[in-house]
Write a protein that binds this ligand. Structure first.
Ligand SMILES: C[S@@+](CC[C@H](N)C(=O)[O-])C[C@H]1O[C@@H](n2cnc3c(N)ncnc32)[C@H](O)[C@@H]1O
Length: 504
């Protein structure tokens, strides 16, 4: 293989096969000693294990970022000096966008997760104090130039766009059979460990998150906590591979002393060698890597986008819409609704629902937990039942639930400043005239809106059907109410107090 410059749409610099490569061939091997991590850099030992933990550098990416800053500051004395010289020094990730470009992302899930403030807080509260506390390790003259917020963001983005998540070595030796290639597949061969540790945004969404594990850091203050068996590492050369949706032709496997990039299918001479970053949706690709996948979409009339796109819809929007659409059902006081939400979360329910279009069948599936959660909020009887059975409500598509879903999808579509039609028209006529950031933002928006619109149409259709069925049922029966109506009446009879103000 060689490393060459591909067109930007093909990933820019990447690896090319110089000969035909058969499937199962080791394209290259990297000795473990060249992997850059908090265990191979000597900084944590020099700093002292306890001091490192006290400075909270053992959790999240801060420790690795500091190691990278320190190794880079050592210049040619660092083992990774040539590696640093080869790394990009600028990125197209939204972390580095100006405010005008960022407004183009309004409504997308990138905004909530950016976490610039949190990154700055970590830099000020963890990195700087650690650096200032050890003049023997961090030359004071270097601080204003090599331990800056800018360098922190640069190293953080190098991690988000090029890191791998590996099982820690002891774990491998203990638990893996080194002769079984399937066992030796790197714990996660996708880069951008962002997705691996990314928790759903919290319901109140007070803070975003540049590096997803900040959330983990905040929650994981307990030193007794079990140590994570995986680690985020930088692997020179392995990170030179680009990726595109379902294009991968190699995979990273590990052995006790080395990591091997092995072909998963035959690669012809002249073809690019592609890794996978996990076939992420465009919002995540843009946030972590600074690019998007823009490919022909199967089953469409010449449309382009990322078949792996998804839309995230926060659970609090369901609460808001349930209160608005069915105040007659949701009469419970704020404290009771919060109790229901807490119960849902304690039972392991998500606070974000993910909508996607099946890339193979183009089918839409309304996530059952979304229906279940809506019913939990809507119906007192469902809440009582759920509590007593320790089981969330059945994901039934009744009229009331569907009407909340329609309201949610419409509201979610309104979170963007522009309509799908307006965006698609720019996409079809002026895409190339836009700056790179604006083009990326437009592609992310359109991908999300197409999914929302498709679900809006589907749920609207189901609601019409449910209404017709309900109308037919009530006109066919002179007496007796439908089960749903009875449920609604029950809820009325519960005499819940009027909501004083909306739950967050
Ligand atoms: C792991 S690195 C791959 C090597 C990188 N091209 C380089 O020059 O170092 C990931 C970065 O490559 C670029 N990249 C990878 N795949 C791409 C694609 N399909 N389209 C555009 N850019 C891509 C993005 O800039 C991303 O942040």
């Amino acid at each position: 293989m060689d490393v060459i410059q591909f067109p930007p749409s093909e990933g820019g610099r990447g690896a090319v096969a110089l000969k035909d490569i058969p499937e199962g061939h080791t394209v290259f091997e990297i000795p473990r000693s060249l992997v850059l991590s908090t265990r191979t850099s000597t900084l944590p030992q020099r700093f002292g294990g306890n001091a490192w933990k006290k400075a909270m550098l053992h959790q999240g990416w801060s420790g690795l970022i500091l190691c990278m800053m320190w190794e880079a500051a050592q210049g040619s004395h660092s083992k990774w000096s040539a590696y640093f010289d080869s790394l990009p020094t600028s990125f197209d990730t939204p972390m580095f966008w100006n405010d005008e470009d960022l407004t183009e992302l309004k409504g997308t899930s990138v905004v909530d997760k950016l976490g610039k403030d949190q990154a700055e807080k970590d830099f000020t509260e963890k990195i700087l104090p650690a650096v200032q506390s050890r003049p023997d390790l961090f030359n004071s003259q270097d601080i204003p130039t090599k331990y800056t917020l800018e360098t922190y963001h640069l190293m953080g983005t190098r991690i988000s766009s090029r890191s791998f998540t590996l099982e820690k070595a002891e774990e491998e030796v203990e638990h893996h059979d080194a002769d079984d290639p399937a066992e030796n597949e790197a714990a996660n061969t996708s880069m951008g460990s962002a997705m691996d540790v990314d928790g759903p945004p919290s319901l109140d969404h007070e803070q975003g998150d540049e590096h997803p594990d900040h959330q983990e850091e905040e929650e994981g203050n307990n030193e007794e906590e079990e140590e994570d068996s995986t680690e985020v590492v930088m692997i020179p050369l392995a990170d030179i591979l680009n990726a595109r949706y379902r294009t991968e032709n190699v995979k990273l496997f590990y052995e006790p002393n080395c990591l091997k990039m092995v072909s998963t299918k035959p690669i012809k001479a002249g073809e690019q060698i592609w890794n996978t970053y996990g076939d992420l949706p465009n919002a995540e690709l843009l946030r972590g890597f600074g690019h998007v996948d823009y490919l022909p979409l199967a089953g469409t009339d010449n449309k382009f986008g990322n078949p792996g796109d998804v839309v995230e819809v926060r659970a609090d929007l369901f609460v808001q819409c349930a209160l608005e659409v069915h105040p007659e059902h949701v009469k419970e006081a704020e404290s009771e609704l919060i109790e229901r939400i807490d119960w849902w979360l304690e039972e392991g329910g998500d606070d974000v629902f993910v909508l996607e279009i099946d890339p193979d069948s183009s089918e839409l599936e309304i996530p059952p937990p979304m229906l279940s959660f809506t019913r939990l909020i809507l119906f007192q009887a469902e809440w009582e039942r759920a509590k007593s059975k320790s089981k969330p409500p059945k994901p039934t598509m009744d009229m009331q639930t569907l009407s909340v879903l329609v309201a949610v999808l419409e509201r979610r579509l309104q979170a963007y400043d522009t309509s799908l039609e307006a965006d698609e028209s720019i996409l079809n006529t002026r895409l190339d005239a836009l700056s790179l950031n604006k083009r990326h933002a437009l592609i992310v928006r359109v991908g999300e809106k197409r999914i929302l619109q498709a679900y809006r149409d589907k749920v609207g259709h189901l609601l019409d059907e449910a209404r017709m069925k309900e109308a037919g049922a009530s006109s066919g029966k002179s007496s007796g109410k439908g089960k749903r109506q009875r449920e609604a009446d029950d809820s009325e009879k519960d005499g819940g107090r009027r909501i004083k103000r909306q739950v967050r």
